[in-house]
Design a protein around this ligand. Structure first.
Ligand SMILES: [Zn+2]
Ligand SMILES: [Zn+2]
Length: 266
């Protein structure tokens, strides 16, 4: 069973647990590796990301924790690199490339705050056309590895965060499918893993992880691979849903990585 989690947040960004609390919880859960992925700086919206000084302090503390817990757990210092992040990269061993914002006329707005905010944004920017919003989102997603040089593709279909039961739009609509397929086709050429991210499940927004079953199937059929991640913002949801979704991947014959290519986390 996979007991490694590479997508975790701490009090250095918008997490509720300290880095050391996360490490201790990981040890209690029998994990042999934990990767931290604090939100890298987005200068136009500093509410939930790390400041430049914060990123340095974060990398320094994780370096200390590696020494303090050596022999008990392997610790990696990564970052969740937004499409629009531009923070310092010192000490960062891997990146999760994620899209949280779309841009119009030079204004960037996040799409994962609340259903109300997303509906308002859709009305104001796209005349209520959710497919146009999704097209704008997936245009960024398709370019996220080009832009960030990331090692993992973060929550591919975050735009569906509030779409449980197709509450906002129809995920089988041809325009929606065309938008995500174009992004997936572009990302598949890199051979990097797509996250199976249970974060919105643990927060009660979804009953299944990102990406949707249809998208997972599409990615796998074209040779793509996956990596499980909890997107934990506190100690209690490390490895959330991993057992169930690891089983799901095995049953469907999906390739599931338990380490990051290029990083010595064996
Ligand atoms: Zn994210
Ligand atoms: Zn995250």
């Amino acid at each position: 069973m996979i007991r490694r989690d590479f997508h975790t947040h701490t009090t250095y960004c918008d997490g509720r647990s300290t880095a050391e609390e996360m490490v201790q919880a990981a040890i209690v859960r029998g994990m042999d590796c934990i990767g931290f992925s604090g939100h890298a700086l987005t200068t136009f919206d500093t509410e939930w990301c790390m400041s430049p000084e914060g990123m340095q302090a974060y990398a320094a503390e994780i370096s200390c924790l590696k020494d303090r817990y050596a022999g008990r757990i392997r610790i990696l210092c990564g970052a969740e690199w937004d499409f629009y992040s531009d923070g310092p990269e010192d000490g960062i061993e891997y990146k999760i490339g994620s899209v949280h914002y779309i841009e119009k006329n030079g204004v960037r707005t996040n799409i994962d705050e609340s259903p109300e905010q997303l509906k308002r944004l859709c009305q104001e920017w796209f005349d209520g056309d959710f497919y146009a919003l999704a097209e704008s989102y997936y245009a960024n997603v398709g370019a996220v590895l080009d832009r960030t040089g990331a090692d993992i593709i973060g929550h591919f279909d975050l735009v569906t965060k509030f779409n449980e039961g197709h509450a906002l739009f129809d995920e089988t609509h041809p325009r929606y499918r065309a938008a995500w397929q174009q992004a997936a086709d572009r990302l598949l050429t890199y051979g990097k893993p797509f996250e199976i991210n249970t974060g919105a499940m643990s927060r009660g927004w979804r009953t299944a992880p990102y990406p949707s079953a249809e998208i997972m199937e599409y990615i796998s059929a074209r040779g793509g691979c996956f990596i499980l991640s909890s997107d934990s913002h506190s100690t209690d949801i490390l490895l959330y849903g991993f057992e169930e979704w690891e089983k799901y991947c095995r049953e469907h014959g999906y390739v599931l990585l338990d380490s990051l290519p290029g990083i010595r986390d064996k």
